[in-house]
Design a protein around this ligand. Structure first.
Ligand code: CS2
Ligand code: MG
Length: 469
């Protein structure tokens, strides 16, 4: 028999239902408030910027309608971004490739960033940059900054296309006729490095980065490694999508590198500019010793001597050597660059525009560097896509403190998927006068090259301890 509820419990239930009702009401009020706030935010921006939601005066308002994330593997994995707009046929292309973590960036773009961008005005590049950098509260890091860079490049591409200008024009116009370029000369021994360098010089390069295999060490960074069973093992490990582990010992490396540059100067003469990448492998005193021992060979620069965590240790290198220093491809934040530039502990800032937040970030780093007579040498390897290489050169051509531009030649299979990008001629890089970034993505071709998991190698010392690759 169902017992009638006491007065108190009836009151209790009514109270609870009342409360639930109030909660639901406040909930809908809250969400309504949120919607209103979002609309207000847009109106706020429009109001404050005095233009219809920020679009260029005289041009119809523009909205982002979709963000496509294209993961493809023509010769290696790339993550490309296509930002579509409400203007038929107008879209922006960006590159968000982070070697070994491609799918993490793609997921960030697809799951977290794209929903925030739909309906936004693509013309508000700086506001979008701040919104995507500071908005998530958790900020920075290679994955988020690469995703942000992909969007940033695409928005600049849209702005250039709308203005019907190549980006270097939009960024202030040419400061030079071309961007001095360097390429890689790697070999298993000194003679092979010399041979590859001579071929590059024949091709018009005035600057060559030289890397040589270190006897007794399997696979030193930047070298082809000797065609040993280990190399074969590397290929198999890579097929299995697992990182290969190399062995590195600084002592033998420090003995070999100065002799390499003594050899190259003797063979190639004083004219050709020579560079070397330590790839973040040395301790401060080892780096100071190497920079000092390389002085007689007048390197254009010695790159990434130390791990990015040890910026203050560049003081020790400066104390012991006048070899020009470059640093920065592992920096993911503008603020990482400040101490080294402000104290002039480096001569070249080597950020990767694709990993630090795109053109918007690159311009700020360049402007800061100009104030301290530090030049740029943006990262330009083969594991970032042609759109980032194009962004590098658009910025290079429009700043006063450009130093040098790393470049690679992309294979035809990649160019079928990603067209455009900077061109090399007689030692210099240049971009076309196409509006925007000057790159495009063939989505059909991209679909035919599915992603394949792959990793960068890792490294260990002979005692088995972890070493920076
Ligand atoms: C290198 C890069 O080109 C360079 O300066 O440091 O090739 C680097 O090893 C790769 O981009 C790593 O992903
Ligand atoms: Mg490097």
């Amino acid at each position: 028999m169902h017992k009638p509820l006491s007065k108190a419990s009836q009151l209790g239930r009514r109270g609870f239902l009342g409360l639930a009702g109030v909660a639901a009401l406040s909930d809908s009020l809250l969400s309504r408030k949120r919607v209103v706030r979002a609309l207000l935010a847009k109106d706020m921006l429009a109001e404050n910027t005095g233009s219809s939601a920020g679009s260029s005066p005289g041009l119809p308002p523009l909205k982002i309608t979709d963000v496509r994330v294209i993961v493809t593997c023509p010769d290696r994995n790339y993550v490309l971004v296509k930002v579509l707009t409400s203007e038929p046929g107008l879209y922006g292309v960006g590159d968000a490739t982070l070697n070994g973590r491609e799918l993490a960036v793609a997921a960030d773009l697809e799951q977290h960033i794209s929903p925030l961008l739909v309906d936004r005005d693509p013309e508000q590049i700086e506001d979008t940059w701040q919104y995507l950098y500071r908005g998530p509260y958790w900020r920075g890091g290679p994955v988020q900054m690469t995703a942000l860079a992909g969007i940033d490049l695409a928005l600049w591409d849209i702005k250039g296309k709308r203005a019907n200008m190549p980006l270097y024009q939009l960024l202030g116009g040419r400061t030079r006729t071309g961007a001095l370029a360097y390429t890689h000369a790697s070999g298993r021994d000194f003679a092979e490095v010399e041979d590859v360098a001579r071929r590059a010089m024949k091709r018009g390069f005035k600057c060559v980065r030289a890397q040589v295999a270190i006897p007794g060490l399997e696979g030193t960074y930047g070298t082809p490694g000797n065609k040993t069973p280990e190399a074969a093992a590397w290929r198999v490990a890579n097929l299995a999508g697992l990182p290969q582990t190399e062995v590195f010992e600084p002592a033998s490396y420090l003995r070999v590198v100065p002799r390499l540059f003594e050899y190259l100067r003797a063979k190639l003469g004083p004219e050709v500019e020579l560079l070397h990448d330590c790839h973040e492998r040395l301790d401060p005193i080892q780096a100071a010793r190497l920079a000092h021992e390389l002085e007689p060979y007048h390197l254009f620069f010695l790159e990434d001597c130390l791990r990015p965590e040890y910026k203050e240790s560049f003081r020790l290198i400066r104390e012991h050597s006048t070899t020009p220093l470059a640093m920065g491809e592992l920096f993911n934040s503008l603020w990482d660059c400040v101490p080294l530039i402000k104290e002039q502990l480096i001569d070249y800032i080597r950020c990767d525009l694709g990993h630090i937040g795109g053109i918007t970030a690159g311009r700020k780093v360049a402007a800061l560097a100009e104030l301290f007579q530090v030049r740029t040498a943006w990262h330009g390897p083969g594991d970032i896509g042609p759109p980032t290489h194009a962004a590098n050169v658009h910025v290079d051509l429009s700043i006063p403190n450009f130093g040098i531009q790393e470049m690679v030649f992309f294979p035809d299979v990649t160019r079928e998927v990603i067209s455009g990008g900077p061109e090399f001629k007689d030692g210099y890089m240049n971009v076309s006068d196409l509006p925007g970034l000057g790159c495009d993505v063939n989505e059909e071709a991209a679909k035919k090259c599915p992603y394949r998991r792959a990793y960068l190698p890792t490294a260990r010392r002979k005692d088995g301890s972890v070493q920076d690759w």
